[in-house]
Write a protein that binds this ligand. Structure first.
Ligand code: NAD
Length: 325
């Protein structure tokens, strides 16, 4: 079984290299992202392994099928970047549905506490020996109302962490989980009542631009918004307008709708052409990080192990535990 890994970074090899030997897989790591131009590198492989910003289009799926590739191994949970319909009856798509929901939830909480207590700004100030705390006033989390959008694995891990802060938790999910000790409300009510809103739903046709001009207008003034899910859950223009209107006390973005080609790369020598991203980085109350909620050693090991299990199932032509249909 040969797997070509696209878009690999040095940290990807740390767990995949030893585990591929353990599972008896031949692996080839390429740095290029998976794209129309680079798909030819999959020639001779049984499977390709891709990450969140590798967009796999219908024509790429046809090329993979013609080259005899049997499957796409997603080393991530989300699959919005793959044309799943086009792959039907051609390629098997396997993902890592859960590797460490705690890693992402802990990161969402990190972002919230950072933008609230402004430690990102305090850090740069004290490095310059500016010890003034003027402008760094925060608020207590305790006693606030937190709205959790999406109560799947990460949403639940976030709820567990939030409970330690003695907050009221409202939740919205089209498939409520009755076992959870939270109050499910409509999305509208959640937007209206929450002091803090944290997004943990997948990107689908229904959730694209869930945060838009209308939903922002429902929110309380001085609301905190945290997005560690997918960038296109938020309409960037509407967010910028809201920030300019001083709607938000703080915003934490680990994902951004146009992150592909920018996030995970060192673009510090380049001219930034994305005006929205450039604008967002100028707000002192916005923290942007490069899609790293998943980035803990525990999560990377779990991703590598599950991907290898998926590859082993592909080698045997199924049955598949983690197929995306
Ligand atoms: P999950 O499938 O366990 O849970 C998703 C939940 O969202 C489900 O309960 C589902 O019913 C709910 N949902 C579906 N449509 C909804 C809607 N319209 N409104 C509200 N809720 C809706 O997924 P998960 O493991 O909890 O992951 C959630 C998302 O986190 C993933 O889809 C992915 O986009 C993102 N993620 C980000 C990182 C990162 O590094 N930042 C890492 C992993 C996952």
């Amino acid at each position: 079984m040969k797997i070509v890994f696209f878009g690999t970074k040095p940290y990807d090899r740390v767990w995949f290299e030893p585990l591929s030997k353990e599972y008896g897989m031949e692996v080839e790591f390429v740095e290029s992202k998976c794209a129309e131009k680079s798909i030819i590198l999959a020639k001779g492989a049984d499977a390709i392994c891709v990450f969140v910003n590798d967009k796999i289009t219908a024509s790429m799926i046809d090329k993979l099928y013609e080259m005899g590739v049997k499957g796409i191994l997603l080393r991530c949970a989300g699959f919005n970047n793959v044309d799943v319909k086009a792959a039907k009856d051609k390629l098997v798509i396997l993902r890592v549905p859960s590797y460490s929901p705690e890693a992402v939830a802990e990161y969402a909480l990190t972002m919230l506490l950072t933008v609230n207590r402004k430690t990102h700004r305090a850090y740069t100030r004290t490095r310059d020996f500016n010890m003034s705390i003027q402008g760094l006033l925060g608020t207590n989390i305790q006693g606030k109302c937190v709205g959790v959008v999406g109560t799947g694995k990460i949403g639940q891990a976030m709820i567990k962490l939030l409970k330690g802060f003695s907050v009221e938790i409202l939740a919205y999910d089209p498939y409520p989980n009755e076992k959870l000790d939270v109050t499910y409300v409509s999305l509208e009510e959640l937007m209206k009542k929450s002091d803090i809103i944290t997004l943990h739903c997948p990107l689908t046709e229904d959730t694209k631009y869930l945060i838009n001009k209308d939903t922002i207008s429902l929110m309380k003034d001085n609301v905190y918004l945290i997005n560690t899910s997918r960038g296109a859950l938020i309409e960037s223009n509407a967010l910028i307008e809201g920030l300019l209107n001083k709607k938000f006390a703080g915003v934490g973005l680990d994902v951004y709708e146009e992150e592909a080609g920018v996030f995970f790369e060192d673009r510090s020598d380049d001219i930034i052409t994305d005006e929205n991203l450039a604008r967002l980085t100028t707000f002192p109350n916005v923290l942007i990080t490069s899609h790293m909620g998943f980035f803990t050693s525990e999560a990377l090991e779990a991703i590598a192990r599950c991907t290898m299990e998926n590859a082993a199932e592909l080698e045997k032509n199924g049955p598949y535990t983690n197929e995306v249909k």
